[in-house]
Every structure is written in C-alpha cells, then in structure tokens.
Design a binder for this molecule. Structure first.
Ligand SMILES: C[C@@]1(CC(=O)O)c2cc3[nH]c(cc4nc(cc5[nH]c(cc(n2)[C@H]1CCC(=O)O)[C@@](C)(CC(=O)O)[C@@H]5CCC(=O)O)C(CC(=O)O)=C4CCC(=O)O)c(CCC(=O)O)c3CC(=O)O
Ligand SMILES: NC(=O)C1=CN([C@@H]2O[C@H](COP(=O)(O)OP(=O)(O)OC[C@H]3O[C@@H](n4cnc5c(N)ncnc54)[C@H](O)[C@@H]3O)[C@@H](O)[C@H]2O)C=CC1
Length: 279
C-alpha cells in the first residue's frame, strides 16, 4: 500500500478509457488518417459523422462507410461553419488544410468541445496512440507526440509478449465477477472487501490460459467449492484439464523411473543367470 512516490511526476498525459457510447463524434476529413480515427471511434459505439467531399475519401474510409452504414452519417461536402459542431461531444480533424484545422480547433475551444487535430499536436486536447485490441483488452502506447513511429514499434514488441488468449481470459473473468456478485451481493463495505480479496487471490493463482478455458460448469464449481468454502480452488480441482506442458514437465521423471526399473529387472535377470550357471 505504501508504495514510493515518483518525485518527477509531470510532462505526460492522462491515459483514460473514455466512454463514448451514444455520444456524437464529428470527423472532418475522410482520408487515410481519418479512416484510422473512424476505426478507433467505432470501437466505442459512438455515433459518428464524417464530413468530407467524396473525391477525398480513402479506400479504407469508403469500406467503413459500406460496412457500417447505420453507425456512420456521411456528409459529402466541405466544412462550412461553426453550426457543423452543433450537438457534438468530440471533434477530430484529419484534413490536408492546416488553416482549416486551426479554425476548427478555435471553434471547438469556444464551444468547449474536446478536439484533436491530426496536424497540430500543440493544440490538441488529447492524442491518439498505437493500440492493441483483443476483445475487452485495449492497450495504448503514447509517446506524447514525440515519436509516433516508435509508438508503432513498441506496440509490436508488446504484441510479441502476449499469448493471444488475454482477451478471452478477461471476458471469462468478467463473467465470473458477475456470478460472484450474485453469490455475494451489495456495493462496497465488508462484502466488497471480501469479494476483492478473493478475486485478487484467484487472479494471482491462475494463469491466463486457465481463465480463458473456464466454462459455465467450472465457474459454478469455483463458486461452490471455492467461494462458498472460503477458499481459492486450484484449476485442476474444479475440472480444469492439466496442460500438456505440465505432462511434459513430469514425463522425464516417469521415463527415468521406467528406465531405472527396467535396468533393475535386467540386472536381476543377469545376476540370476550367472548364479544358475555357476551351479
Ligand atoms: C500527435 C499525434 C496525432 C494525434 O493523435 O493527435 C501524431 C502526430 C503526427 N504523426 C505524424 C507522422 C506519423 N504518424 C505515424 C503513425 C501514427 N501516428 C499516431 C499518433 C499520433 N501522431 C499522435 C501522437 C502519438 C504518439 O506520440 O505516440 C499513431 C501512433 C496512432 C494513430 O494515428 O492513430 C500511428 C501509428 C499507429 C500504429 O501503427 O499502430 C507515422 C508512422 C507510420 O505511419 O507508420 C508517421 C510518420 C513517421 C513519424 O513522423 O514518426 C505527423 C507528421 C509529422 C511530419 O509532418 O513530419 C504528425 C503531426 C506532427 O507531429 O506534427
Ligand atoms: N496523426 C497522424 O498520425 C498523422 C497525421 N497526419 C496529418 O493528418 C492530416 C490528414 O492526412 P491524410 O489523411 O493522410 O490526408 P488525405 O489527403 O488523405 O486526406 C485529407 C482529407 O481532408 C478532406 N478535406 C480537405 N478539405 C476539406 C474541407 N474543407 N472539409 C472537409 N474535408 C476536407 C479531404 O476530402 C480528404 O478526405 C494531414 O494534415 C497530415 O499532415 C499525417 C500523417 C500521420
């Protein structure tokens, strides 16, 4: 609890998981950069408006428009006036026109709408970053505007350290946590503390692959044979199949035992043969 405090805090961003479901997001521009913004915002279930003349749409932006016609409103024209910002909760500009970008940023400031301009990092309220997504898992890498290409390279390094089952493990843990709240309802207080202690211990005790392989039956057993008994069960105790690597780890000693048993039997036979010959 009493972890050391960094004496050099500062010069960074607030990395938060911004909830945009059903909010209105305006993207001005429809080129390659805009298409990356569209992808990032689609993830959030926000209502997207793209404003760009059709001749400026990139192939990828066109594909998003075809794939998500119900979630994206497309306006085939140039940006006109501050009225375009009416009812918007967030604005992103990705246009090849720095003056227009500057103008839109100014309008957003006046209307107190958070804005990102792809070509003016100094005036952005927030930056995008390189992202890793696996279902509910999202990882963002930011260099705070200093080295975007390095963000992409660091992303590749992090991707290499993941097994690919983290998203599924998180999904299943989410289900288990819901079930736990059915067994032990109530917000905060003693119930909350007990749930948190137990969940923390279980997460520390099991690995990602084990969580990812949980099914409904196993979750029920975790609750009945674990939570209800005031303990954290091990994976195998609740029906989890031992992984092959566990078997491999054990196999040398089994084969070792087999080899020594066979040698012992062979040794015995040779000895008895010699003894019978002597007689
Ligand atoms: C501030 C920010 C915009 C914001 O979000 O507001 C910004 C700004 C600018 N980028 C520029 C250039 C490049 N951007 C990329 C790539 C990415 N850029 C991304 C984000 C961000 N870029 C934000 C800061 C993020 C951070 O600091 O980490 C990524 C991570 C995510 C995303 O775009 O969604 C995505 C990789 C995603 C992935 O691969 O996963 C590449 C490389 C490539 O394409 O491979 C190059 C060329 C090489 C280079 O310049 O490094 C220029 C033009 C500079 C010029 O004119 O010289 C500007 C403007 C400026 O710097 O003035
Ligand atoms: N943040 C980042 O990662 C990066 C940012 N950039 C910057 O992002 C901006 C966009 O880059 P790209 O998508 O590659 O350019 P692009 O040329 O592919 O797209 C520009 C888009 O702006 C639209 N547009 C132009 N005038 C408009 C207007 N008046 N109203 C509405 N839409 C208008 C065009 O129709 C087009 O869709 C550039 O300023 C570039 O410098 C470039 C690379 C990376």
């Amino acid at each position: 609890m009493d972890s050391p405090i960094d004496p050099n805090l500062g010069s960074g961003s607030l990395l938060i998981a911004w909830q945009l479901k059903d909010k209105n997001v305006l993207i001005v521009g429809g080129g390659e950069v805009a298409s990356q913004r569209v992808e990032s915002i689609l993830v959030t279930d926000a209502k997207i408006t793209i404003l760009s003349p059709a001749e400026g749409l990139s192939p990828r932006t066109k594909r998003f428009l075809e794939l998500y016609p119900d979630r994206i409103t497309y306006l085939d024209r140039s940006f006109t006036s501050p009225d375009e910002l009416h009812n918007m909760d967030m604005v992103l500009t990705a246009v090849d026109d720095n003056d227009l970008s500057l103008e839109i940023v100014g309008m957003c400031r006046n209307a107190r709408i958070p804005v990102n301009a792809a070509d003016i990092p100094d005036l952005c309220d927030f930056y995008f970053g390189a992202q890793i997504r696996d279902g509910p898992l999202q990882i963002m890498i930011s260099t705070n505007g200093m080295g975007p290409r390095l963000s992409a390279l660091i992303k590749q390094k992090i991707q290499g350290s993941l097994t690919g089952c983290e998203g599924e493990a998180i999904r299943k843990v989410g289900e288990l946590r819901q079930l736990l709240k059915v067994y032990e309802p109530g917000v905060g207080g003693a119930a909350g503390r007990k749930r948190m202690k137990w969940m923390t211990q279980l997460c520390n005790q099991w690995d990602m692959e084990e969580f990812a392989s949980m099914d409904e039956e196993m979750m029920k057993r975790i609750m009945e044979e674990g939570w209800a008994q005031d303990r954290c069960p091990f994976y195998e105790e609740v029906g989890g199949k031992k992984k092959s690597r566990t078997f491999t780890a054990y196999s040398p000693s089994w084969s070792g035992l087999l080899v020594s048993s066979l040698s012992f039997i062979a040794g015995l036979s040779v000895a008895s043969l010699l003894l019978t010959r002597r007689r």
